[in-house]
Design a protein around this ligand. Structure first.
Ligand code: FES
Length: 144
C-alpha cells in the first residue's frame, strides 16, 4: 500500500469515526467558524488549566478532509501549552494527513479547524490580557 493510500484511508477513517467530537460544558474558550465556499462549519471548545489545553472538543459538519483535520488537530493540540498551540502551523496539520499538495479550493476545508482553534486561542488570550489585540490580529492574518 502506498503512503498516499494510507493517508486516504486515514482521512476516511477519521471522518467516519471522529476523535474528540462533541460539545464541552463550560469551555474556557470557544469559537465557531465556517467555510465561505460551502457553508460547512466547525466549533472548537477548549478547557485551559495552568496555561495548558487540558481538553479540546469539536463539533460541526464538513467534508471528509475537514472532519479528519479537525480530529487530528484536536489530537495534536491536547496537552499543549497555549504558546505551543499558537505555534501549530498549517504545515504541521497538513503533514499529519499527507495533504501538503491540496488544491487551493480544498485547502480551506483542511484549514478551517486550525483557523477556528487559533481564533478560540486569540479570543482567550486577548480576554486574559496575555497579548494585545493588534498582535493577535497580525498573527491571525498570517494563517493562510
Ligand atoms: Fe465544506 Fe470541505 S466542502 S468544508
Amino acid at each position: 500500500m502506498s503512503s498516499r493510500d494510507i493517508y486516504h484511508e486515514m482521512i476516511i477513517d477519521y471522518s467516519r469515526n471522529p476523535v474528540n467530537f462533541g460539545k464541552m460544558d463550560n469551555p474556557d474558550a470557544t469559537h465557531h467558524d465556517a467555510n465561505p465556499l460551502c457553508g460547512d462549519s466547525v466549533d472548537i471548545d477548549l478547557k485551559i488549566d495552568d496555561s495548558k489545553i487540558s481538553d479540546i472538543k469539536f463539533h460541526g459538519k464538513g467534508c471528509a478532509i475537514c472532519m479528519a483535520c479537525s480530529s487530528v488537530l484536536t489530537e495534536i493540540t491536547k496537552g499543549k501549552s497555549l504558546d505551543e498551540a499558537r505555534d501549530i502551523s498549517k504545515h504541521d496539520l497538513l503533514g499529519e494527513l499527507g495533504l501538503e499538495h491540496l488544491q487551493a479550493v480544498r485547502i480551506k476545508c483542511a484549514l478551517l479547524p486550525l483557523k477556528t482553534l487559533k481564533f478560540a486561542l486569540y479570543t482567550y488570550l486577548a480576554k486574559h490580557n496575555h497579548d494585545s489585540v493588534e498582535s493577535l490580529k497580525e498573527e491571525a492574518a498570517g494563517l493562510y
